[in-house]
Design a protein around this ligand. Structure first.
Ligand code: F1P
Length: 358
């Protein structure tokens, strides 16, 4: 394919990105009738702390899931890379039986994730749920229970719909735990909306990428949106081999803003609760000469005036519902930027589908 833009719709990566709205609806149907979800929640009733674990994209998912968990259920939660459990098991030892662990892995075969699940269950005696997209995996064997989203599995190396679908699944668990069925109804309505809008969104991002040449990329988000900023930076790195960073939006003033120029693409994941403060940073970075992408549910006239590209979701309900759809424009940004550099999205440089260690 070699970056021939006319051929990109033939790539697996494109098809997986564009399938998301539809796949999310299948995932919601699957979860509604899934006995494991009920078992997981009733067995975890006495747990004080939820710990979400993963590697790479699955770790950034863990971060977004942990903060979503606390904001939706009010319960303490944290995220930790699988490697930390292997190198510093004492970090969790003190928590003991009060912990409910969730190990996330698309493939269910990543060595660090599988080994972490074994350490959690066997060495630390911590109850562990696996979340994966592949059936009959090593993760499934290593965990006490496993939720497998086959509809979201991928052939691509770069994780797109697996990220969004596994995040949505953990949000559904949180909503069930919080007895908030309206949140799950909102996710369904959002999924239908994204399925309808995905071609228009892709055209918008394709035009933006074609009209700019950037030296580096910055992704900014606060609270649960920070995990998205990390994942977006990874998507642009993986798919386009570009230099890409992430920060909490208000942290960007404290030093990192030194890099801002018109060749810096700054993407803001605007929250609803913190939008006023985040929008002030956005306007400041525009004044410093940066090129601004604003991803929001709804924006103000001021945000629109300071932004070079505005993507508005216009979803109804809790702002946690924005997490899953917010990442899609950045998956497309990575995809089109890679194509513009002549890269093949299905064969990203130096990457493999799974990281398996000896
Ligand atoms: C995680 C992961 C991806 C990365 C690469 C290799 O895999 O590290 O984040 O993009 O493709 O795998 P998994 O544990 O979720 O299968």
């Amino acid at each position: 394919m070699n970056g021939d833009q006319g051929q990109y719709t033939q790539t697996r990566t494109w098809n997986e990105i564009m399938s998301q709205g539809r796949v999310w609806q299948s995932v919601l149907d699957f979860l509604r009738g899934n006995a494991t979800v009920g078992e997981v929640l009733s067995s975890a009733k006495t747990k004080r702390l939820w710990v979400f674990v993963g590697c790479g994209t699955s770790f950034y998912l863990a971060e977004a899931a942990a903060l979503s968990w606390t904001l939706l259920t009010g319960q303490p939660a944290r995220a930790i890379p699988a490697s930390e459990i292997l190198l510093f098991p004492k970090l969790l030892e003190a928590e003991g039986e009060g912990v409910q662990a969730v190990v996330i892995s698309r493939s269910g075969r990543t060595s660090e994730a599988v080994r972490a699940a074994n350490v959690l269950t066997q060495q630390l005696g911590i109850s562990t749920i696996g979340i994966s997209c592949a059936k009959d995996s090593e993760l499934e064997q290593a965990s006490d229970r496993c939720i497998v989203l086959e509809a979201a599995n991928e052939e691509s190396m770069v994780m797109t719909r697996s990220f969004t679908s596994m995040l949505m699944t953990l949000q559904v668990l949180a909503a069930r735990q919080a007895e908030a069925p309206e949140f799950i109804d909102g996710l369904r309505a959002m999924s239908v909306g994204v399925a309808q809008r995905s071609c228009a969104l892709a055209d918008q991002m394709k035009t933006f990428v074609a009209g700019h040449k950037f030296s580096d990329y910055v992704f900014l988000g606060q609270g649960p949106f920070h995990g998205l900023a990390r994942e977006a930076a990874l998507k642009v790195m993986e798919m386009s081999c570009s230099y890409s960073q992430f920060f909490h939006a208000l942290e960007f003033r404290h030093g990192p803003k030194a890099i801002v120029s018109p060749a810096t693409c700054l993407t803001f994941f605007l929250s609803e609760s913190g939008q006023e403060a985040e929008a002030e940073v956005l306007a400041e970075m525009k004044e410093l000469g940066g090129t601004i992408v604003a991803i929001a549910n709804r924006t103000s006239a001021d945000i629109r005036k300071s932004s070079d590209l505005v993507i508005e979701l216009e979803a109804q309900g809790d702002e946690m519902m924005l997490l899953v759809p917010y990442i899609v424009p950045c998956q497309l940004m990575g995809f089109f930027t890679g194509l513009s550099k002549g890269l093949n999205p299905d064969a990203p440089k130096n990457l493999s589908h799974v990281v398996i260690l000896d």
